[in-house]
Design a protein around this ligand. Structure first.
Ligand code: AP5
Ligand code: MG
Ligand code: ZN
Length: 218
């Protein structure tokens, strides 16, 4: 099964994708995570992406479609994939069709997380992750059980994304509205879009997504 999680910055794509990885053994392909790794490693892709990401602008289509193709080639053909943050433009949506059909994969579901943009600013500016294992947290909604200690690995170092400030978040949201939301009709025409209330509790969002993947009526 191959699915797309679609939604504006802070909608919960990464949170829900990592739950699906744990619960179903699917693989999460987050172009944002892959680009951040490239920036950190100082690769040519990273050098090209760094300033764009810090401003909240999109990285060129051919760059992200290239890394998605390479990432898929590294997976066994039967591995289920969650596309998190890709595709983000019409050109990327068309590239994904080719990338999937070249590899005899189909797209089964596009799940749109519906959220209230003003609440997202609070979500994003409160977000942090474990510097050791990458587990995600939030100042208000998901604090480590023991202060300053990662629930998963016991690490004490945490980090915040450089693009998680209010100005950049507003730019990222504008990019979503202008370029990403308009790709939904492509998938609506194929009748593979489902909508989930992304403002619900994280567990309820996960349950709604599970019902869609398991083919249960809403
Ligand atoms: P990317 O990394 O994809 O960022 P994004 O789309 O802005 O989304 P986020 O990762 O910020 O949010 P999320 O939906 O994953 O939310 P999360 O689960 O963390 O992209 C970053 C940049 O890379 C782009 O701006 C662009 O420059 C570039 N890029 C990436 N892909 C690209 C592409 N395809 N084309 C071109 N450029 C590309 O949740 C957020 C917080 O809220 C967390 O703290 C979480 O704990 C909390 N939370 C989650 N769910 C809930 C809930 N239900 N209730 C309460 N809190 C919740
Ligand atoms: Mg994310
Ligand atoms: Zn950790």
């Amino acid at each position: 099964m191959n699915i797309i999680l679609l939604g504006p910055p802070g909608a919960g794509k990464g949170t829900q994708a990592s739950r699906l990885v744990e619960q179903r053994g699917m693989v999460q392909l987050s172009t944002g995570d892959m680009l951040r790794a490239a920036v950190k490693a100082g690769t040519p892709v990273g050098l090209q992406a760094k300033a764009l990401m810090e401003s909240g602008a999109l990285v060129p289509d051919e760059v992200v479609s290239g890394i998605i193709g390479e990432a898929l080639d590294a997976l066994a053909p039967e591995t289920g994939v969650i596309f998190d943050g890709y595709p983000r433009t019409e050109a990327q949506a068309h590239s994904l069709d080719t990338i999937l059909s070249d590899r005899s994969r189909t797209l089964d579901h596009v799940i749109e997380l519906e959220v209230d943009e003003d609440a997202l600013v609070e979500r994003i500016t409160g977000r942090f992750t474990c510097g050791t294992c990458g587990a995600g947290y939030h100042d208000l909604f998901h604090k480590p059980k023991v202060e300053n200690t990662c629930d998963k690995c016991g690490g004490h170092e945490f980090k915040r994304r450089p693009d998680d400030n209010e100005d950049t978040v507003r730019t990222r949201m504008a990019e979503y509205r202008a370029k990403t939301a308009p790709i939904l009709p492509i998938y609506e025409a194929r009748a593979i879009v489902s909508r989930v209330d992304g403002m619900a509790d994280m567990g309820d969002v996960s349950a709604s997504i599970a019902a869609i993947l398991d083919g249960e009526p809403a």
